[in-house]
Design a protein around this ligand. Sequence first.
Ligand code: SF4
Length: 698
Amino acid sequence: MADIKTTCPYCGVGCGVTATTSEAGVSVRGDESHPANNGRLCVKGSALGDTVGLERRLLYPQVDGLRASWDHAAQQIARRMQDTIKRYGPDAVAFYVSGQLLTEDYYVANKLMKGFIGSANIDTNSRLCMSTAVAAHKQIFGSDSVPGCYEDLELADLVILVGSNMAWTHPVVYQRIIAAKKARPSLQIVVIDPRRTATADSADSHLQLTPGSDGYLFDGLLAYAIANDHLDHEFIAAHTDGFAAMAAACSARNASLAVTATATGLSEVALDAFYAQVCATPKTVTVFSQGINQAAAGVDNASAILQCHLALGQIGKSGAGAFSMTGQPNAMGGREVGGLANQLAAHMDILKPEHRDLVSRFWQTADLAPRPGLKAVDMFEAMASGKIRFVWIIATNPLVSLPDANRVRDALIACDCVVVSDCVDDTDTLRLADIRLPAAGWGEKDGTVTNSERCISRQRAFLPLPGEAKPDWWALSQVAKHLGHAQAFDYSNSAAIFREHAALSAFENNGSRDFNIGALATCSDADYDALMPVQWPMPIAKPEGTARLFSDGHFFTASGRAQFIDAHPQAAKTSSPNLPFLLNSGRIRDQWHTMTRTGRSARLLSHIAEPFIALHPDDLAQIGAEHEQLLSVHNSFGECVVPAMADSGIARGHAFMPIHWSASNASQARVGSLVAPLCDPVSGQPAFKQSPVAITPL
Ligand code: SF4
């Protein structure tokens, strides 16, 4: 029996896990030394031991339905990619990857596509999760940087949770807030959510606003702070630009309490009380997640939140700040290595010639992608229309998770070659693969992840690789060698990749770029193996890392000052006589993504075993249906058939479905098939939250 310290692979909290293997199997407990969870685990993390094992694993490479050697599979991938590039150019190939990848896998995939294939057509399911927060951080702070840390949520006097059912989606951070409140009851919790959720149930107040009206709520807060002079004038003058223009635009919109009340569906009394509370509480943290990010005006909504904190001087201090909670365990690590189609590695910008030059010299390549690639939804549309002919999908199931899921099926069918790397043997996406590659899973692969508070932690291998499964970085490197890039991808282990990634972050970085982990660039294999959790930035001069950013008032814009912008709110989608319900989608407490792993645990399935659509009981009565009756949910994009769940926490005219079920788990509840491919114009993040649908009893 041996104890191995690793991290949980299920959510952006990034809890430390101690795993023990014995003849009886794998057991896990919370790692008391990990700063994210201090020994806590939620029910998903606690069930990790149930989800390892050989059942339903993809164990061997397959090419065109036949078992193949790794060498033959890598050769075939390289040849088919080269044929496509020869005929149609480098932008006819694409990689679609995942926030489940370890940072080292992500780094190699990004380097191969952007550095050596010469296209930036690599995007990730993190596009569906955090790209809105990335864009807002960049335009306001000058970099994709989360300012604070989890401890701020315990030190705050007011925690605002907006667009987040944290009790179910990030349970351990939620438990930390609740424990802090128990120890200090004056800590106030406000939940802003159109649904009454488990999180709202334990809050001091719940603002049940009109779906999609968050931008109006925070624009109203700015207007209130300006009108009542609650601004931090000293901070604004010393550390920001653009305040006067932003304030003028905000005033011109006349975001009075009455106007905001109409837009949000909240009473003027409730708004006045909330705004007064925020303005009177210097130690306020606003946590935002998918309810903000997955919206057609998501970047404006997130920017409005960041700007409220700047205007009130509630940032860069302990217990104060805006905090983006990432959905996936390594959504942030992927961003660090440039996993999004519009980024370069180490938070550099593909549109900046000086960054392109720097990365080209570091990688010693003359083929760096000249322009941003296609973002996720556009990437699959380019496959459907024949512009992209080859795609390699790694550790994700886009046939279930992307919007307009039926169109995604058409897109993959239209491709000349679809390669899928996964650790399980059956997903909706794998069924359409020409080449299948068996990937190492949790407990079998070695590398790092970065959680929502910028903390880099190790995921450690403690199980043998099953069958012929391999880490994704290894598979990518084999293909790179067959493409003629053996020298640039000659990695002996994940430590070697990490050292290169750390060295690039520090390369010619005089402090103008936020992401710098140069202190780790020369770590030995043993140092890497023993790496303790640490928050970036950690340049050579500060190896202990950084808990809070912007404490010195310095931001990562060219001027060093934060930028106010005109983030104007927009109305969300509305229902119509033909499509009278607005459908929201999200996670449930005990499942993860498309259930490829958590679906294997009987105890996790015992919480909610079947898909459902939640509706207000009066709406159920109005359509002539009852609790648990099968309903058809449909619009022009597709149809789902699911049992009804009566839920008085849902507002009239609205509905909620979980995102987890799909054809491969034998349901007709693939909610993505009902979602329009409508994205925020800046971030490209799809608007998953308000899909107009009709609902009829069967
Ligand atoms: Fe895993 Fe997230 Fe639960 Fe922590 S809170 S144990 S990271 S699922």
